[in-house]
Design a protein around this ligand. Sequence first.
Ligand SMILES: Cc1cc2nc3c(=O)[nH]c(=O)nc-3n(C[C@H](O)[C@H](O)[C@H](O)COP(=O)(O)OP(=O)(O)OC[C@H]3O[C@@H](n4cnc5c(N)ncnc54)[C@H](O)[C@@H]3O)c2cc1C
Length: 450
Amino acid sequence: MKQSRRQFIGQCSTMVSASAISGMIGRMPTQDQPLVNWAGNYRYSTQRITSPTSLAQVQEFVRKHERFKVLGTRHCFNGIADSADEFLSLRDLNHVVELDRASRTVTVESGMSYGQLCPYLDQQGFALHNLASLPHISIAGACATATHGSGPTNGNLSTAVSALEVVSASGEVLTFARRADLAAFQAAVVHLGAIGVVTKVTLDLQPAFTMRQDVYLDLPMTQVRDHFDEIVSAGYSVSLFTDWQKGRINEVWVKRRIEKDATLTATKDFYGAHPATTNVHPIVELSAENCTEQMGVPGPWYDRLPHFRMGFTPSSGKELQSEYFVPRRNAVDAILAVERLRDHVSPHLMITELRTIDADELWMSPCSRRPSVAIHFTWKQDWESVSKVLPMIERELAPFEVRPHWGKLFTIPSAQLQQRYEKCVEFKRFVAQYDPHGKFRNEFLSANLY
Ligand SMILES: Cc1cc2nc3c(=O)[nH]c(=O)nc-3n(C[C@H](O)[C@H](O)[C@H](O)COP(=O)(O)OP(=O)(O)OC[C@H]3O[C@@H](n4cnc5c(N)ncnc54)[C@H](O)[C@@H]3O)c2cc1C
């Protein structure tokens, strides 16, 4: 990851608790309280935040400032959202603009989070096709970095976008719509914060659906080797959690849609894994209180697709995250390559999650043109150690043209990173059209793309 290490608070002994951090989101920091990301590992370079309440105010801000970044819900682990100058926060622009039943789309102001939107959509009889592990993230911030859930036929969350309203560097209001100019749309959706201020997002919908979630414990790694495709296709969305110990996947979370009148049951034996007898957290030692309901209890899509519930402090907070995408055809080889590194990985790891994501056509999406498997690492908050393990993982996964999650920690050199995106040069040309003087450029973008 290309950014100054000084910004990593890492093992800071004065770390505030996870609940304090999530409580801080959306609040202005005080002078003696630095502005940090959700995990508290990244200290932003400025505390100056302006929160407009109208499109006109956004335009005015954009015209007035030479350089700034839009800050979402601060869930990235690196400096992608950082600014040395100013932040614009759209947290007060968080309403549904239009639900179009006929075209099955919803348009929202971009400060809205999935947690705010989903219950409304469900009440109206609609659903999104997928969600990330937690609902607290902003829709605009998630789509900017190609945030994803799981499911071999589910594209990442950005693939639900059908249009964006963007204020460009000149203050002009632009629309990028799938139906209008497909190439510009495909360039704009996963924009990494580089093209302007996204003020509205239009998302594709489908009819609301009910789901159940069943968890199986102790899946032998040999079964992953021999039956990977069957295992990840056992539900609409399947996640495999492992600590890379004892040659096994610790937990398999199978999220299935319950079609009307169908009765589903959990199998007693899932490729050698056995059903959990109570709700579990991905890290089995932690309380499952914050996790979405399991044990096959039917519930609405938005309360089963994420692992963590809205209204609770998700995960443990004091952590770091990295995630690597490789083509699905290389899934087993890539997983076994990481398993071979277990003695280096495990001492610093809280848990790994394996997920699948369908290919898309979005230029800067890590799943661009590749059905993918994502190998995720939730690390203990010790950047010094983690920063030594990441290059080892990246080296092992290099033969598979690995791409990192844009919002998580990585150390892949910029030249390699750029080579792995067919459209990278065109993307930079596209950015230059809307931001010719680098108003939205920051250290992260400069280091990784320029
Ligand atoms: C506990 C936890 C769980 C996570 N789970 C998942 C997961 O399941 N799957 C996954 O893929 N990722 C996951 N992530 C990563 C996360 O979803 C992404 O990093 C996402 O980008 C965070 O959105 P944000 O609004 O918090 O972004 P921020 O960090 O605030 O910003 C991200 C980028 O988006 C830009 N941006 C935000 N809003 C706008 C806007 N309106 N206009 C223009 N640019 C904008 C910012 O400038 C920045 O470049 C998780 C993160 C955490 C902390």
